[in-house]
Design a protein around this ligand. Structure first.
Ligand code: CMP
Length: 139
């Protein structure tokens, strides 16, 4: 059975462009419950650790630089079928390919500065949730 948790990050471009409130509203409107959230500014080392799975990809260095360029807002979200439903809510990684009405279509700048992260599997959702939030920080 699909899990009920997914991890998102409102990325530095979303915060800098003043899209935070609209994106949170969109997420709540799509039926997700916020279990935890925190405003943080990742160091390059922390961003590198979070995106460790992409270390060998050509965009890794730029991604780490970008994700540590300003504050971001990780959130732990709950809903039935959370990972798949959230990926449908945010749209394709590249906003040029994202479906109309999705968060990335509405708010992303580029394939790198793509407004939001979404976990790609239940296993990664749990790993990513533990990266940002202790059990005590979840409601
Ligand atoms: P995200 O869903 O957070 O997961 C990995 C991130 O790497 C992705 O969003 C983008 O921000 C970035 N990314 C993925 N593919 C590319 C690419 N081809 N070029 C630049 N950045 C990318």
């Amino acid at each position: 059975m699909a899990g009920t948790l997914t991890l998102t990050i409102l990325k530095p471009d979303a915060l800098q462009n003043g899209h935070t409130g609209k994106i949170i509203d969109h997420i709540l409107g799509a039926g997700f419950r916020i279990r935890a959230m925190k405003l943080i500014h990742l160091t390059a080392a922390q961003a590198g650790q979070f995106y460790e799975v992409h270390r060998e990809r050509p965009f890794y260095g730029d991604l780490v630089k970008y994700m540590s360029s300003g504050p971001c807002l990780p959130m732990l979200l709950e809903k039935a079928n959370a990972v798949e439903d959230f990926r449908a809510t945010i749209g394709a990684t590249d906003p040029a390919k994202a479906a109309e009405g999705t968060i990335r279509k509405l708010y992303a700048q580029s394939i790198e500065a793509n407004a939001v992260h979404g976990s790609d599997s239940d296993e990664n959702a749990l790993r990513e949730a533990a990266f940002f939030f202790s059990e005590l920080e979840r409601v």
